[in-house]
Design a protein around this ligand. Sequence first.
Ligand code: 5AD
Ligand code: SF4
Length: 479
Amino acid sequence: MYNNNPTLENIPKKVDETKQGEVFFKEGEAAPTKKFYIESYGCQMNFSDSEIVASILQESGYGPTRNIEESDLILINTCSIREKAEDTVRKRLRIFDKVKAKRPGTLVGVLGCMAERLKAKFLDEEKLVDMVVGPDAYRDLPKLIASADEGHKGVNVFLSREETYADISPLRLDSNGVSAFISITRGCNNMCSFCVVPYTRGRERSRNSFSIVAEAVDLYNRGYKEVTLLGQNVDSYTWENPETKEKVSFAQLLVMVAEVHPDLRVRFSTSHPKDINDEVLFAIRDYENICNYIHLPVQSGNSRILEKMNRTYDREWYIQKIDRIHELLPDCAISSDIITGFCSETEEEHKDTLSMIEYANYTMSYMFFYSERPGTLAAKKYEDDIPLAVKKRRLVEIVDAQRDASMASNLKDSNKTFKVLIEGDSKRSDQDFKGRNSQNKMIIFPKKDGLKKGDYVHVKVTNMTSATLLGEIVDNKEA
Ligand code: 5AD
Ligand code: SF4
């Protein structure tokens, strides 16, 4: 549990070098008697939420397992953002049902964004699950499990205006022991017309700044070297200290986390273009350990479509933002999310998105075709009138344009030397390490004796693909 008492004195500011190394179970704690298996889909926020769920379950005597066959509790943390994500969950639930048939007594629970939308369907019509738990109701899990054990189906999809799980210390699942997520806000107030998140995750709330810093300190003490501050819209973070009434902005929070230790890298995601301001850019400029990387989804490069999407900026305004970032932070990489084939999008308007990829020089993008979500503003107001074949063809063109932009950006890195945080062995060869530079680009390079994951090295880029840089370790940055 983190200290939630909002006074700076209570926060362990100094890191304790003797506490390095991962702790899975607390010392003196009995090995858990029951096991849970959890699968997560969707955004990083969902993966981060699964770690909160894991912590709550561990407190009530459940330990994690990667083997579904030996689990007493199977959980699936779901995503509703596109139809495809929902289809995947349905398929998995049918497989879980077969596991359950072989192992009677095993409970199955649906967590996350699909919970609210589809609770009745899951429990009554499909009869596949024992409990349905929304993103703000995870504290209720032990109670819901107990009642499901007695044969009562459990549901809690209540969306809270306060819940931030600030005091819960996440149990790091599938961790590389080097990078971790810290969730700083929950929900979203933005109402982009295509997006279901405000309905599935509720209103935006910011977490107590001190508990965020405490989590970063704790991670550093356990050997982690990189934290990513997570939220649907991190730049609108604002937390008021109830005692002093002082407000902490996102830029101030970034600095507080950066000051935990110069060797702890700080990243953040996602930034809405309307909310990222100069203060944030100055923090990136002034702190070497705040990474030179901004995920700044454009969604569309055309002003008419942006207006229909309710993004609150137009093409010119977004371009000015990009220019400002490049002016203040010449080495900063920018990435994006793009939706193609939104309601009524013309060929000309689609070309505006292609040209935006080129202008912004995105190092990478997450690219999707529009998928209508029930209940959203777009579903109510606009016709989903772009044929699937056209959406798919436009998506191919966007993916191609992004591949060219990524290659062009990687070519510019040729012969440059970067400080890289080693994340572990490369997927292809245990003779190579993989790691990232400040710009969030993955670099593969041959190992050298005495180095291990979590170390920083300088790597000179010698070759590349559009997805990855290849390089070799050099002695120092000037080499
Ligand atoms: N259809 C397609 N993509 C969507 N996204 C959000 N809603 C939809 C939708 N209805 C994308 C946006 C967002 C990312 C997380 O998912 O690009 O930034
Ligand atoms: Fe959805 Fe827009 Fe909020 Fe992102 S900012 S979660 S796209 S409503």
